[in-house]
Design a protein around this ligand. Structure first.
Ligand code: EPZ
Length: 424
């Protein structure tokens, strides 16, 4: 990510205080795409200020929507959608731009776009998206790197069985099906909270979606969707990141505006490692860690409600100073250990073989120059650097900004010695 900024961290400070969790990137992006389907002005509250969200707004503008932001509220007026092409540069900027396909096709029966970019986590194909939309009547051709998609007779409902519960494919199908002719049934659908959030918003717009959060989602197509107002759910991965930052610095934090029921895939792991965590009313979570953590039982990343792949890097960082040996098995992506060589520069002892990482906990880490290569791996480097003795410098900050709102300001507010240098 082309900026020359760096995060400079003087490690060893205990985090203490209260920190607010921002809205979920992975909910905000499909919600913004969904606004294309509503004929008028949608209002999204708790919409995080992230570069990926900015990119989504630029895509909306290219499609003829009017977008504006005031604080954490984003308004999208899709009354005059006139475009159906997403420029290559914006498609390359983030992978989730593919979620616009279902929405644009649903609204205009046509969409022209290139293959999506985004963080490099190994091969990230879109075959499930394409196959599902074809089953719904879309004609999709690949020409000179462009996907030319049309729905000559309009989209129609279908029974779609996903071979893997892909989050993006489930979202694309829901978006395409919301105003398709007839009923769509998605079997083996993704069950993530972000899927429920999208269904909730679309239903506010007049869609008829049931079963979101379970493995079978039924979407009865309606003729037209109307605009609605919605609040984005809290970011469960940012929640986990802050919890790991507290845990690795033997800190004590209260997180506010989070949703404890969404983090059951990894919260018991933190407890097993020795953190004391108490959810209490009003979206608050208390964490306190007073002693050196111990290695958890084997961690295997799984689709929701299992242990999220997006939090794996953060836990590798955390386990690098825990007592004992931790074993990770990454089952979702085939290249999600790119942060490991950087953690090793800090003194961590980690061996990776294929999808397995073995972390031998060390007593201390020491500051080093590091480079973030993707979003969550970048956040893992910040987490480890908070505990490392001396100064660390992290480049590749642009990756971290995709998913964390001013991470240095948030962490500084609870006692970290962290600052940003250089030009954006
Ligand atoms: C979403 O990506 C998230 N992104 C990712 O968050 C997250 O890591 C991932 O779900 C898994 O939880 C957004 O929501 C914007 P998938 P997505 O389709 O939808 C394979 C973060 O750090 N697959 O569930 O792209 C794929 O290659 C990020 O915030 C196919 O084979 O994930 C992968 O191995 C990064 N063919 C697996 O499924 C397809 O057509 C999971 O992908 C689609 C996916």
């Amino acid at each position: 990510m082309g900026n020359s900024q760096k995060l400079v961290i003087n490690g060893g400070r205990r985090l203490e205080g209260e920190l607010q969790v921002h809205g979920a990137k992975n909910s905000a992006l499909p919600l913004l795409a969904a606004a294309v389907l509503a004929h008028g002005e949608c209002v999204f509250h708790n919409c995080p200020m992230l570069t990926d969200v900015d990119a989504a707004c630029r895509i909306l503008s290219c499609l003829g929507c009017r977008c504006s932001r005031s604080g954490d509220t984003v308004c999208v007026d899709s009354a005059n959608v006139c475009g159906n092409e997403i420029p290559d540069a914006l498609m390359r900027e983030m992978r989730s731009s593919i979620v616009f396909l279902g929405a644009v096709l649903g609204r205009t029966s046509r969409c022209r776009l290139t293959f999506p970019g985004g963080c490099e986590l190994g091969a990230r194909p879109i075959d499930l998206h394409i196959a599902a939309l074809r089953e719904m009547g879309a004609v999709i051709r690949e020409e000179h790197g462009w996907l030319e998609c049309t729905a000559p007779g309009g989209l129609r409902g279908a029974r779609i069985s996903l071979s893997f519960p892909s989050v993006g494919a489930t979202e694309n199908i829901m978006l395409a099906a919301a105003s398709a002719e007839g009923t769509t049934e998605i079997q083996n659908a993704a069950r993530e909270p972000e899927i429920i959030d999208l269904a909730d918003f679309l239903n506010k717009c007049g869609a008829k979606i049931s079963g979101a959060g379970g493995s079978t989602i039924v979407v009865e197509g309606v003729k037209r969707l109307e605009p609605a107002e919605h609040s984005v759910i809290p970011d469960r991965i940012v929640t986990g990141t802050y919890l790991c930052c507290a845990a690795i610095t033997k800190g004590e934090l209260i997180l506010t505006r989070c949703e404890p029921s969404h983090i059951m895939g990894y919260l018991p792991v933190l407890e097993a490692m020795g953190c004391r965590i108490y959810p209490y009313g009003g979206g608050k979570l208390y964490i306190n860690c007073t002693r050196r953590l111990t290695a958890p039982p084997t961690i295997r990343t799984m689709p929701y409600p299992g242990f999220p792949t997006d939090i794996q890097a953060l836990f590798t960082a955390l386990c690098s100073t825990a007592e004992g040996t931790s074993v990770f098995v990454e089952t979702i992506f085939d290249n999600r250990y790119r942060h490991v060589p950087e953690l090793i520069r800090l003194g961590a002892s980690i061996k990776v073989e294929g999808r397995v990482a073995v972390v031998q906990g060390v007593e201390r880490l020491s500051g080093a120059k590091l480079c973030a290569g993707e979003l969550r791996g970048g956040a893992a480097l910040v987490t480890a650097a908070l505990a490392a003795e001396g100064t660390s410098e992290i480049s590749g900050v642009g990756y971290i900004d995709r998913g964390y709102e001013s991470i240095e300001i948030a962490l500084r507010s609870v006692g970290a010695d962290i600052s940003r240098t250089g030009q954006p």
